[in-house]
Design a protein around this ligand. Structure first.
Ligand code: ADP
Length: 282
């Protein structure tokens, strides 16, 4: 059974100093792994302009370079060609201005839930007391106060991911980078997590860059869906999602939702057919 999600958004701290921050610019980015005959182009000439507070999903088939592009914004990977910047500053390494949430929760198993969330603020130089206070606030917000002294292994997948989100928000980043964060969850928990994420985002209004291969997830969450082609990953479409917010799951039956979804699927299908044709020509 999925765990019921009770967010306490009225316990949320004030949305910090991040207003108008979080402008991501990727300019003609290519990322090549290896060199010589074994070189692999993971991202091919991708340009992306994400405005502060925008929620953008990167959609594409497995292996098309979505995570690599996200990792370039995170600062884990440097572009081979082109550049990525945040608020006009070139991104060269990870930083507390970008919170990361992965599919594999990547919590420290030896730390309690509270210690996991307090880790970022501690690293940023806050005292133990301050970091604990921040952790308590964010855990209350994601409805996990009762689990603060537990260890990650004692939590369900959905709960672990709420800890992951609390941890990412705990540094007050201007940008949240999410790499298939709900990919390991069952369908119901996943749907609840998507709604919760939108509720949290409406409170903090960080810029969100969210990687997924699920068309429904992308259209449900995003202001814009950026579609990538199969390898080598190019951006082949940038689709506006003009659906009102707040959104709940009823929206998936709205004809406008269905229409946008159809558009995404058609773009992906046309690209896949093109790739097949090229392969068959040898
Ligand atoms: P996606 O997120 O769309 O599934 P990835 O960005 O993870 O795709 O990977 C894109 C391609 O780049 C894949 O073929 C993958 O094997 C390759 N790749 C990713 N990271 C590395 C790396 N560190 N070294 C070599 N190849 C990599």
């Amino acid at each position: 059974m999925p765990d019921a999600i009770e967010l306490n958004l009225n316990t949320a701290p004030p949305p910090s100093q991040t207003a108008d921050k979080g402008h991501i610019l990727a300019d003609d980015v290519s990322i090549v792994f290896g060199n010589g005959p074994g070189a692999h182009v993971a991202v091919d000439k991708a340009s992306l302009d994400v405005k502060p507070g925008e929620f953008v999903c990167i959609l594409g088939p497995s292996g098309c370079g979505k995570s690599t592009l996200l990792n370039a914004v995170a600062g884990y990977v440097n572009p081979t060609v082109g550049s990525v910047s945040l608020d006009g500053e070139p991104i060269v390494k990870p930083g507390p201005d970008r919170g990361m949430v992965f599919q594999q929760y990547s919590l420290f198993p030896w730390k309690t839930v509270r210690e996991n969330v307090a880790f970022g603020p501690r690293l940023a130089g806050h005292s133990n007391i301050e970091a604990t206070r921040t952790a308590n606030t964010f855990l209350a917000m994601v409805g996990l106060t009762a689990f603060a002294d537990r260890y990650p292994e004692e939590l369900s997948g959905g709960m672990k991911q709420r800890v992951g989100i609390a941890r990412a928000l705990g540094n007050y980043p201007s940008v949240i980078l999410m790499d298939e964060p709900f990919g390991a969850l069952d369908a119901q928990t996943r749907a609840m997590m998507q709604e919760s994420l939108l509720a949290l985002w409406s409170k903090f209004n960080n810029t969100v860059l969210f990687v997924t291969h699920d068309v429904d997830e992308a259209v449900f969450l995003a202001d814009r869906v950026v579609v990538m082609s199969a390898s080598p990953g190019r951006i082949i479409a940038d689709i506006q999602v003009d659906l009102e917010r707040p959104r709940d799951f009823e929206i998936v039956t709205d004809p406008r939702f269905v229409e946008i979804k159809k558009h995404c699927v058609e773009v992906i299908r046309a690209e896949t057919l093109k790739a097949f044709e090229q392969q068959s020509k040898g």
